[in-house]
Design a protein around this ligand. Structure first.
Ligand code: URP
Ligand code: ZN
Length: 460
């Protein structure tokens, strides 16, 4: 199996040049000018197109039992949609509830993915309790190729950990060199404020963000930072949404706390007024932390540009609007949290980030691919274009013009919060380890070709 991509403009986190890329047996073996097509090689002409390293989404939910229901995608639907959108590696949250053991949870999540994904994948292992069994099970999970944990400071009773569990998780992570990703919101404040709002008859989706204002997130960040400082563990704040939380994280980083920061494409493009839309429409926009005042978008774009914020994810959560989100029609606290966006991250980041002049092309590649690979022990196998790297490539057509719609998207969910939004540019060809999986924007890949990526911890 060999593939030659000719005449494209290669863009990595640090370089930009025109060359041909030759791939053999799943990896890039040569990058040069004017490579003559070897016999039997598939040849793709990428003149006028960018070639980016395959994008990595560091935060998705596919199999997700949550808030009394289930998210709807499967690995088959999600990986197909991811590839069409230029994402060639998924990092899913493996999130067993407190009632379940970590190892059984890991095996259950593996079962959802192995043999069913069209693209490569791995997991952040959620630590949702820390009892007598947990430490041994986490050590075993790390041996099986996981190098990142996840903790939730929110969702008490479901995924949330208490302070003892948080401390023990971080201490173990430090010993094992594992990075700990964290959902940072203060659960007590959320519960109290939600109770007050509901008692006052304030039940609609626009109240969700009132129950979780920026101080709630900032407090969660502060909390994690104190624990990280004491244990020395490497941490990664998932879905950071606002200036207040960013300021706390940066202050901690400046005093030596090891912290990386992820934001989401939703926070960069949407604001809380969407969740206030009348007649149930606002429920589509409920996620946690919630969408914020518009002023935060500039803060986050600048954070990406200036290197304060390291990555952009989706936190993809495919809950249908008609049957799932509407469960919270009379009580905002019952709306399944999360906004689906797996397929659109790259096109939105390019259109509303690069084309709008908020970030440059290298930052775009860095925050959506290279830095993710570096943080989560996948680099240089993933996240760059160089000989020896996996041949996950995105041939991106900057001249394409289109619109996002639930009628045409491939994620398995009945709405899009980006309905009718314009996009400028899209992946035309996408490869998975040297095999074409998307051609002319259409999926031509193989379900089951995606591999579980074994990772080795590096954050000692
Ligand atoms: O609203 C969100 N983010 N839903 C998914 C669960 C989580 O908090 O990551
Ligand atoms: Zn979360």
């Amino acid at each position: 199996m060999s593939l030659l991509i000719k005449n494209g403009e290669i863009v990595t986190a640090s370089e930009r040049y025109v060359a041909d890329i030759f791939c053999e047996n799943e990896t890039i073996t040569r990058i040069d000018r004017n490579i003559a097509p070897p016999k039997g090689a598939e040849v793709i002409d990428a003149k006028g197109k960018f070639i980016f390293p395959g994008f990595i989404d560091p935060h998705v939910h596919i199999y997700l039992p949550f808030m009394g229901t289930f998210a709807k995608d499967t690995y088959e639907t999600a990986s197909r949609a991811a590839l069409i959108g230029g994402t060639t590696t998924l990092i899913e949250m493996c999130a067993p509830s407190r009632a379940d053991d970590a190892l059984a949870g890991f095996e259950l999540w593996m079962k959802q993915a192995v043999g069913k994904s069209a693209c490569d994948f791995t997991f952040h292992m959620s630590v949702t309790k820390f009892d007598d069994q947990t430490e041994g099970q986490l050590r075993e999970i790390v041996k099986r190729g996981i190098s990142s944990f996840k903790v939730y400071l929110a969702y008490k009773g479901a995924f949330g950990v208490d302070d003892t569990e948080l401390y023990r998780t971080l201490k173990l992570a430090k010993e094992l060199g594992v990075i700990v990703t964290a959902h940072c919101e203060n659960e007590t404040l959320i519960a109290e404020r939600a109770k007050e709002l509901l008692a006052a008859g304030k039940t609609d989706s626009g109240q969700h963000h009132e129950s979780r204002p920026p101080q709630v997130e900032a407090e969660g960040v502060n909390h994690l930072m104190s624990f990280a400082e004491l244990t020395g563990a490497a941490t990664y704040i998932v879905h950071l949404s606002c200036k207040e939380a960013l300021d706390r994280a940066i202050a901690a980083r400046q005093r030596g706390v090891r912290v990386s920061i992820e934001t989401l494409i939703q926070y960069l493009t949407l604001d809380k007024s969407y969740a206030e839309k009348p007649k149930s429409e606002g429920m589509k926009y409920v996620m946690s932390p919630p969408l914020r005042d518009k002023r935060n978008q500039e803060v986050l774009w600048n954070g990406l540009r200036d290197g304060l914020v390291q990555t952009v994810a989706t936190d993809h959560c495919p809950f249908d609007f008609t049957t799932k989100k509407k469960m919270g029609k009379n009580n905002f606290a019952k709306i399944p949290n999360g906004i689906p966006s797996l397929e659109d991250r790259i096109n939105l980041l390019y259109t509303y980030g690069v084309k709008a002049g908020k970030i440059d092309l290298h930052t775009f590649v860095n925050v959506a691919s290279t830095q993710v690979a570096k943080t989560f022990d996948l680099f240089p196998r993933k996240g760059t274009i160089q000989p020896g790297a996996d041949a996950d490539l995105v041939v991106f057509d900057p001249d394409y013009r289109g619109k996002i719609s639930a009628k045409t998207h491939h994620i398995n969910v009945d709405y899009s919060v980006f309905e009718d939004w314009k996009i400028e540019g899209r992946p035309s060809v996408v490869t998975v380890r040297g095999e074409v999986a998307v051609r002319d924007g259409k999926f031509v890949g193989k379900i089951g070709r995606g591999n579980f990526l074994r990772r080795k911890p590096s954050h000692f």
